[in-house]
Ligand binder design. Sequence first.
Ligand code: ATP
Ligand code: PAF
Ligand code: BAL
Length: 311
Amino acid sequence: MSTPADTAGRTPRIVRTAAELSAAIARAIEFNAPEQGTATLGLVPTMGALHSGHESLVSTARAHNDVLVVSIFVNELQFNDAQDFARYPRTLEADVEILARAGADIVFAPQASTVYPDGRPLIKIDSGELGSKFEGASRPGHFDGMLAVVAKLLHFAMPPATLGVPVSYRAYFGQKDAQQLVLINRMVADLNYPVEICSVPIIRSAEGLALSSRNQFLTAEQAKAALVIHRALSLVKERAERHEPLYLEDAAGLFEMEPLVELDYFELVDPRTLQELAFNCQDTPFTGEGLLLVAARVGEVRLIDNMPLGY
Ligand SMILES: Nc1ncnc2c1ncn2[C@@H]1O[C@H](COP(=O)(O)OP(=O)(O)OP(=O)(O)O)[C@@H](O)[C@H]1O
Ligand SMILES: CC(C)(CO)[C@@H](O)C(=O)[O-]
Ligand code: BAL
């Protein structure tokens, strides 16, 4: 198996089309597969503008797989706001340098015409009720568009069946996008994708802000104000750890003291179903498992974050 030490610094192969990707995967598996047993292939889907959060996904996937593919594609279908799509940062050259250091074997950077040769797909994946709440309520169509591209990326990078080597296939996603992760797990289960979905914890700045490609649009003052998100999550987590009532309302109330930050939602949900848990107003201590979800707008930038409770 390749390790970060023996692949780091090697320029990954950059491929643009489905045929190039399949050929590159076949060659890489041939070259890196163990002499006996099952080879492993990891896929890390991204939209580029890579930061340490992505690097954590890539280094986790690198450590666990013989062959590592990272995709970079800014998927217009998941943007409900044309301006957000137009200004999404695109930094391919710098991304490839980061991926060389992190030891990726292959970078798949397709054109939109490769992913959607007939334009918008006629047949859609419907993210259902789960995709219309929280982020889906603020970004209509976002999750259907996200699932469309993830379904396609999982197919593009699927190990070719003709290799003569058994290959186990994994794809890696960040826990920062908690609703996305739940939906991808459901899609893979509901549509029988032969892939294991692996999740990687949130990487934050030293002050606690969850890293995101869109953070670069924040002014220093906005970035400082945005730390209220982590303060509010941490306050509730500390109460849960002390087995105290959570009083979500007063954690959410911290946002009123930050005029630059407009709270969208602050909810405690079941981590698997994202059903709201009714702990808001009760005076009883929290037991069980929960996931605190938060989204807020800071200027033009929408930020999301979350924190597991009771794990
Ligand atoms: N801070 C982070 N910690 C862990 N994983 C992350 C982090 N930020 C992004 N990821 C994960 O990286 C993958 C690619 O995400 P993406 O390219 O959309 O980056 P992003 O920083 O989330 O961008 P943005 O939030 O601006 O869309 C996703 O699986 C996402 O969950
Ligand atoms: C999974 C993904 C790469 C699909 O475009 C995107 O939603 C993201 O980066 O989280
Ligand atoms: N990281 C989620 C991708 C998006 O915001 O569209």
